[in-house]
Design a protein around this ligand. Structure first.
Ligand code: NAD
Length: 260
């Protein structure tokens, strides 16, 4: 068990990639905190994962855009388990428009969830990691941390921004063995992506089948979606890596959509 008794907070873990990462961590013996908007969804996900074991999970309500909610949630974890070994800043949403049609309120909402959320959770966890002598912070970037696509100005801006935050955390965290890295997945069929298929078909004036084949998977090497398990495996690799050799980096898991 590669994460036995490690305390891991995963934001946005009631669904999709966050849930898959939490599941993988619990399978490796971790004590996982499912932090999501709604207490009931977070607690239900936590109960399912505890049932699977061998690790355990708890659910907490945390809106990552609220400084008070983040600080309170991390304090609850510290009171219960006394430490935070791994933070996966994963919570995210998607809103697509052409720039000229992008409502400013939606732009601000996107940056708040992706960037403020990453900053606030990082800020709350760092003092605990310093005190205990180390930790691993993982940001959920995207191929859109490295490339742009039409309609996604806010998402691409936010996901590029996470690379900058991760690199800075790596520099500042080095003296305390706090590592910081980014996972950059291609398209994964989670609720976030399922919602985009009809939306993009409408905005681009093409069929849903073409959105999948041409827009989402057209530049992969094999026309395949990345899976939740692929991303969870990468999140385990970053979490369990034992030295500062691997910090300030990003790994792209995208079936070759983006090749560096
Ligand atoms: P999802 O919609 O399945 O899950 C997102 C979760 O985040 C939900 O449980 C939601 O309640 C939660 N959330 C939303 N706003 C929140 C907030 N303010 N505070 C706390 N929790 C909040 O989506 P997903 O596809 O699993 O996406 C997870 C992350 O992965 C996002 O950051 C997304 O940008 C990124 N990502 C997804 C893909 C993909 O293809 N699915 C690809 C690359 C990156």
């Amino acid at each position: 068990m590669r994460l036995k008794d490690k305390v891991c907070i995963v934001t946005g873990a009631a669904s999709g990639l966050g849930y898959g990462i939490a599941k993988r961590y619990v399978a490796e013996g971790a004590k996982v905190v499912i932090a999501d908007l709604k207490d009931d969804a977070a607690s239900a996900a936590a109960a399912e994962l505890t049932e699977m074991g061998p690790g355990e999970a708890i659910g907490i309500a945390m809106d990552v855009t609220s400084e008070d909610a983040v600080n309170q949630g991390v304090a609850e974890v510290a009171a219960k388990w006394g430490r935070v070994d791994v933070l996966v800043s994963n919570a995210g949403i998607q809103i697509v428009h052409r720039i000229e049609d992008f409502p400013f309120a939606d732009w601000k909402k996107m940056l708040a969830i992706h960037l403020d959320g990453a900053f606030l959770t990082t800020k709350a966890c760092i003092p605990l990691m310093q005190k205990q002598g180390g930790g691993s912070i993982i940001y959920m970037g995207s191929v859109h941390s490295k490339e742009a696509s039409e309609l996604k100005s806010a998402y691409v801006t936010a996901k590029h921004g996470l690379l900058g935050l991760a690199r800075t955390v790596a520099k500042e965290g080095g003296a305390h063995s706090i590592r910081s890295n980014v996972i950059c997945p291609g398209f994964v069929r989670t609720p976030l992506v399922e919602k985009q298929i009809p939306e993009q078909a409408k905005t681009l004036g093409i069929s849903e089948e073409d959105v999948v084949k041409k827009v989402m998977l057209g530049q992969t090497v094999d026309g395949e979606f990345t899976t939740i398990e692929d991303v969870a495996e990468t999140a385990l690799f970053f979490a369990a890596f034992e030295s500062n050799a691997l910090t300030g980096q990003s790994i792209t898991v995208s079936h070759g959509w983006h090749i560096e």
